[in-house]
Design a protein around this ligand. Structure first.
Ligand code: MG
Length: 203
């Protein structure tokens, strides 16, 4: 399986990063080794001094497809989850400055922890899902999928022009504003609507 991550998909986050709002979706990938085995703590990597959380709605692909038309994209998923796109911000800045790929800052071991489960989309509007992240009990990020620059179906259509989507592939759909650093000892908890899905200790 592969993990596709969308960058700069919320205007207020692009702004806080001093990045331009993209004209087409921007994506990068993480390997399957970026997943964190369930219930494991996350260990702060020794190669960064500025590790940031980015809380994101994650789409799980349930059907093989390529060149998927936007109007059929909704047939390719029926569960959503919550994940953290951990980012070594200091390394990412160096990569950006040099115009280099940023895998060392984004695709490292366990850089894509997921919540405990994916929840059925049934009865929910994919374009109106509230989600939030708390750090040590304090809300740090709050988002709604209606604020995406490119909605989920547009993302699926775009990504599938370039690569086949397979069953089990994950799409991290971008983070809203409020990204920030974590330290050893912090605890991140994430919610979709009022359901707590993610509970992660930083060790
Ligand atoms: Mg992200």
């Amino acid at each position: 399986m592969k993990i596709i991550c969308i960058g700069r998909n919320y205007a207020n986050h692009a702004k806080e990063m001093n990045s331009a709002v993209p004209e087409v979706p921007m994506f990068f990938m993480k390997p399957d080794t970026a997943l964190l085995p369930k219930k494991n703590p996350f260990f702060y990597p020794n190669f960064t001094k500025d590790l940031h959380f980015e809380c994101e709605i994650v789409i799980k692909i349930n059907k093989l497809g390529k060149n998927i038309a936007e109007k059929y994209a909704h047939e390719y998923y029926d569960h959503i989850g919550l994940g953290i796109d951990f980012t070594a911000r200091d390394l990412q800045q160096k990569c950006k400055d040099k115009g280099h790929p940023w895998e060392i800052a984004k695709a490292f071991e366990h850089s894509a922890p997921l919540g405990d489960k994916f929840i059925p989309l049934e009865g929910k509007d994919i374009n109106n899902i509230n989600f939030k992240l708390e750090k040590n009990g304090e809300t740090v990020q709050e988002g709604n999928t209606k604020d995406m620059i490119f909605n989920v179906n547009q993302l699926i259509a775009y990504v599938s022009k370039f690569m086949t989507l397979k069953i089990g592939d994950l799409i991290f759909t971008g983070t809203p504003e409020g990204v920030g650093p974590v330290q050893i000892g912090d605890r991140l908890t994430g919610y979709i609507e009022d359901e707590k899905l993610l509970d992660l200790k930083i060790k």
